[in-house]
Design a protein around this ligand. Sequence first.
Ligand SMILES: Nc1ncnc2c1ncn2[C@@H]1O[C@H](COP(=O)(O)OP(=O)(O)OP(=O)(O)O)[C@@H](O)[C@H]1O
Length: 300
Amino acid sequence: MSIKAQGLTRSFGEVRALNGVNLDLAPGRVYGLVGPNGSGKTTLLLILAGLLAPDSGSAQINGYDIMTDSANARAQLGWMPDDFGMWDSLTCTEILETFARFYHLPEAMIPQRVHELLEMAGLLEKATMPVSSLSRGQKQRLGFARVIIQNPAVLLLDEPTNGMDPRSRMRLRDQLRAYARAGATVVVSSHVLSELEGMIDEPVMINQGRNVALPQSTGVRWMVRASNPQQLAQWAQSIGLAFEFQMHNGREYFLCTLRSEEDAPRLLQDLTQAGISVLEFQAATNQLEAAFLNLEGSDD
Ligand SMILES: Nc1ncnc2c1ncn2[C@@H]1O[C@H](COP(=O)(O)OP(=O)(O)OP(=O)(O)O)[C@@H](O)[C@H]1O
């Protein structure tokens, strides 16, 4: 496991931000750190990044203890806070060169690495422009390039999609997935849960400073819109299928629960055989969002 944590706690005065968090995160995967406002996500990421000491508990990055072996632990890490500073008067190239030197990349390799990263970030035309001239989304992309400059084994990103337009978000999603496929462990926190759904392999949920187990799936909700809802309701009653109707954007949707999405093709086949003309047929909820909303104390 490349990120491990045992019983991390941290208080700020009276506020218990972390109350015994445990982690066991594997390489090659993208994890989504999910929890309501104030649940401790940033505190946890700061501790893992070696920037904040826990009150108790321990954590290891690729086997290096973050407290007793912090230099080695930090060398494994790329850390991207939600609001990171940049030296605004430096150019994009200069920023990346500076960070390459911080991480002791051999001088001869630096120009090529910087070029590669600017290309990846879609910022080649901005290479000689000062950072102050970049948009927020472009700064985020430069920030991500900066974070992976030394090819870290572990990436920690706090709300990285803040301020990104949809195209930049998709680019980041693809980059994170590719980065994990190459063997890294990626942890990304976000409130935009629907974005995480396509980005992550596994959610890590915390609430009130503690791990929260994901509720066991009790099936998937499926929604169907038919040209004749009455006919659909009669058919469902005739076969004993539990259902309800819900209105969405002025349209009436039939909702039922399937054991798994493997049952969906069969349902569609049965509907067609029953002569029901189906206009829409899809999974009803964003499962991650539903789990998040179930968290006690969620105030989002
Ligand atoms: N430096 C600090 N001083 C005092 N209290 C703090 C400090 N940092 C965090 N806290 C408190 O600790 C709790 C957890 O905060 P944290 O920022 O880790 O949550 P979060 O899950 O990242 O929240 P959000 O989603 O709103 O960013 C909150 O109650 C917060 O007010």
